[in-house]
Design a protein around this ligand. Sequence first.
Ligand code: ADP
Length: 433
Amino acid sequence: MPTLLERFFSTIILTVVAGFFWIIWDVITALVFYSTTLLLLHTYHLSNLIALEVWLKSLAHGTANLPNSSGAWGGIFSLLARLVRNQDQNQEQLNSALERLRRATAAMPEGIVILDEENRIEWSNKMAEQHFGINFSQDAYQQVTYLVRQPQFANYLLTRNYSEPLVMEQSRHHGLLLSLQLVPYGDKQKLLISHDVTRLREMEVMRQDFVANVSHELRTPLTVIYGFLEIFSEEDEIDSKMYKQAVVLMTEQANRMKGLLEDLLTLSQLENVRNQVHEEIIDMVDLLKEIYQETESIDSGRHHINSELNTDIKLLGSKSELRSVFSNLITNAIKYTPDEGTVTLKWEILGDGRGVFSVQDNGIGISSEHIPRLAERFYRVDLSRSRATGGTGLGLAIVKHALNRHQAELKIVSEIGKGSCFSAQFPSRRLIK
Ligand code: ADP
């Protein structure tokens, strides 16, 4: 960096030489020399100023070539060129940081809308476009309340109390429930964050239904038991026949509650993701023979039960969980097939390599509208029939969960009055020769 003295060096030299001329010649010669040199200096500065102006203009068009200059101007030009280079680098870094931020915001699972101080849309990401049914390229700088028209949203915007999110149904997108949160920032700007909570609401409704169903299922047997206990406490002497009948009925209801609690416990264990499947190699032929014998003895000849074990391929999975799956399907087939009906168990390998355990019956069958809902908890086609046969309405839910844990599928084919076929289809990677 030149010092102040260096900057004025040429002027000082010039003045000294002019003074020298004055001393040895005369004042006129000195003045002519002084003004000519000053004129030359002025021309030098002027031409460099013009070069600077041209350079600055060409910088704006991105075609800048650094002017060729020496002396003081040369130093200034290279200093300016360094500043411009640094600024370009900073700009590039800023652009790439902005681009990364834009891409990250665009990929966020939440909808993001930036609102200006007048609540106009300055920017929105793709998810916000989906949530609010807007198109940023067309709707930019529109009032957000023109696009999100629900009155509760307008109120929320006006209250200026954004500590709690607003949960509301999106009118342009039926069935979509959004949680909206406004976050003020910067100079009166706002960030509108939208979150799809439809699934959360469904789960909440399912939880409430579940609690209501369990209470209802437990209340019925409890009412019966409580009724008899009341009679016993009021009557001094109870007829022994009536007493025995009451005990039989109470035991029946107590068993029903026990069955329900056991099924609920099984279901909650299956649903708990922390409970890993305890895998072992299951000899399907042995297991199905066992279940077949148990079923035969419980059924005591009321149905024709056949078993077709077409392969001795083994299955990798949890024996206790799959035993409960197979038993549930067989018990259902017997429950929903009138006496003298036929129930056939089959274990086979399909052409595409899947292993299939199926139970075919020629019982009452199920009409098609019920089939997609059968594995829902407490869903029954005929409530009184299910109760009469000791059903809890949880059997197929248990089957479905246990099969899910084995990456297997439950398939149901049924025709009312003709019978049903329930099959558990296992992927080939679970089969062991
Ligand atoms: P449940 O304890 O009532 O049997 P499930 O979950 O095992 O409960 O079955 C749900 C419903 O599916 C039953 O109530 C019944 O209506 C129907 N269902 C299941 N298996 C059969 C079958 N083999 N034939 C006809 N209906 C069946």
